[in-house]
Design a protein around this ligand. Structure first.
Ligand SMILES: *Cc1c(COP(=O)(O)O)cnc(C)c1O
Length: 432
């Protein structure tokens, strides 16, 4: 598998380099030079394969030998060790639950696969790979869980003291093992600045094998294709996918899957009022702007990082993208109404991101009532207890065991001043 940069088509790197660097130096995004299509043999059998077999065939086809087959199988089966059930709301509207992983959000798919792929590429190194991340809450927890217990790696997380929720702090500090939490006496911006300084420090680079495990890493998108295959094969007619979107990684993964040959009815992008992409789809004007806070906060993105990849896949043609993808956006008031409607009508508790998807699904079905629509439920409602309790009442809130146990675990964190030199010195003394 070879990759180029969306800023420079001359760039030509192997999968290993794209994964370990995350970003090309020209600040573009890595994209596969050639997207392989799945062969007839695959399509004859795909509905009958067990999920892990399906997963291995798709990933192996995309990677084209970048990781040997038996090891790739281990990586895929170890990374995706939780189910992706489809729940039917009614005859035309389905929910694809992507929150059965350890941090209760779909990002577990991408992060867990990336962690194992990075460990594989670092296997011959004497030093473990150090994943250095700054977090304001959720992303750090997902990365920490993804690398937890992955041998040959460790995670060092910086978080701003007193500025993350209690449960989020537990997700960062209670894991132990190869996860170290640094509690910084400062803001999230301080944490980010310190991480940047460490990456630029040449002495640290000499002693530590640093990587950023950035969210736009190409390896994250590859396993995110899998649940689209898994869902689509349960329908006779290709379904319409409704994707609650922020940075549009999830939607980009579906575009990759369609390039491999997956047939879908249509693609619907659902956003909150941070609606840069729906506006582009409706008007051909792309105008990124600062994000606004909403109830569906994982989608509060004003300049979606995967937009360059989406454009690349449509050859920069607005019309081509607008033909395949439709965009809808909703505000918090509408989201609240949707949470209530889904609960009253179907007895199903959605999270605010899924609720935005539900609204877009209804909009699509009112135009095309014959379609089957699959809404991606990107997070477990228990991650948003305030909103769920406010709208649906306490009885609607069920906290899954894997979240509940965290509350009782002790917090272990190293306190640190918001000084670049302190982090650099700490890394020097703890190179592994
Ligand atoms: C990250 C996230 C999204 C947005 O996904 P993108 O791939 O960035 O579009 C939606 N919902 C939840 C719960 C998320 O965590």
């Amino acid at each position: 598998m070879r990759l180029f940069s969306t800023n420079n088509s001359e760039v030509d790197v192997a999968f290993e380099e794209a994964v370990l660097r995350s970003l090309p130096s020209d600040n573009g995004l890595y994209m596969p030079t050639q997207i392989p299509t799945l062969d007839e043999g695959f399509w004859r059998e795909w509905r009958d394969l067990d999920f892990q077999e399906l997963a291995c065939r798709v990933v192996s086809s995309m990677l084209q030998g970048a990781i040997p087959e038996p090891e790739l199988r281990d990586i895929v089966t170890d990374a995706i060790n939780f189910p992706t059930p489809i729940v039917s709301l009614d005859d035309s509207c389905y929910v694809l639950e992507l929150f059965h992983g350890p941090t209760l959000a779909f990002k577990d798919f991408g992060a867990r696969f990336m962690a194992r792929v990075m460990a594989w590429f670092n296997r011959d190194s004497e030093r473990p790979l150090t994943v250095l991340v700054a977090t304001s809450g959720d992303t750090g927890g997902a990365v920490a869980h993804a690398f937890h217990h992955v041998s040959g790696t460790r995670v060092v997380i910086l978080y701003p003291s007193g500025k993350v929720s209690g449960l989020q702090e537990k997700q960062l500090t209670a894991l132990g093992g190869n996860v170290t939490a640094l509690e910084i006496e400062g803001s999230f911006d301080d944490c980010q600045r310190m991480v940047k300084a460490a990456f630029l420090d040449e002495d640290v680079a000499q002693v530590c094998n640093l990587t950023s495990a950035n969210s736009i890493n190409i390896s994250r998108l590859i396993p995110q294709m899998l649940y689209y295959f898994e869902a689509a094969r349960q329908f006779q007619k290709p379904p319409v996918f409704v994707i609650p979107s922020g940075n549009f990684g999830n939607l980009t993964a579906l575009l990759l899957a369609t390039r491999m040959g997956l047939d879908v009815g249509h693609i619907v992008a659902a956003t909150n009022i941070n609606d840069v992409v729906p506006q582009y789809l409706n008007s051909s004007n792309y105008e990124p702007r600062p994000s606004v806070a909403t109830l569906s906060n994982a989608m509060d993105v004003g300049a979606p990082s995967n937009f360059a990849r989406m454009q690349e896949m449509f050859g920069g043609q607005w019309q081509a993208m607008a033909q395949s993808v439709s965009g809808f956006s909703y505000d918090d008031q509408q989201t609240r109404v949707a949470l209530n409607e889904v609960y009253e009508k179907y007895g199903y508790v959605m999270d605010p991101h899924g609720a935005v998807g539900y609204l877009a699904a209804q909009a699509w079905l009112s135009k095309c009532p014959e379609d089957k629509v699959v809404i991606l439920e990107t997070a477990h409602p228990a991650k948003f207890p305030e909103t769920i309790e406010e709208e649906l009442g306490k009885e609607a809130l069920e906290t899954p065991e894997r979240l509940a146990v965290l509350a009782d675990l002790p917090k272990v964190a190293i306190s640190m001043a918001a000084e670049d030199a302190d982090l650099i010195s700490w890394l020097h003394h703890h190179p592994e």
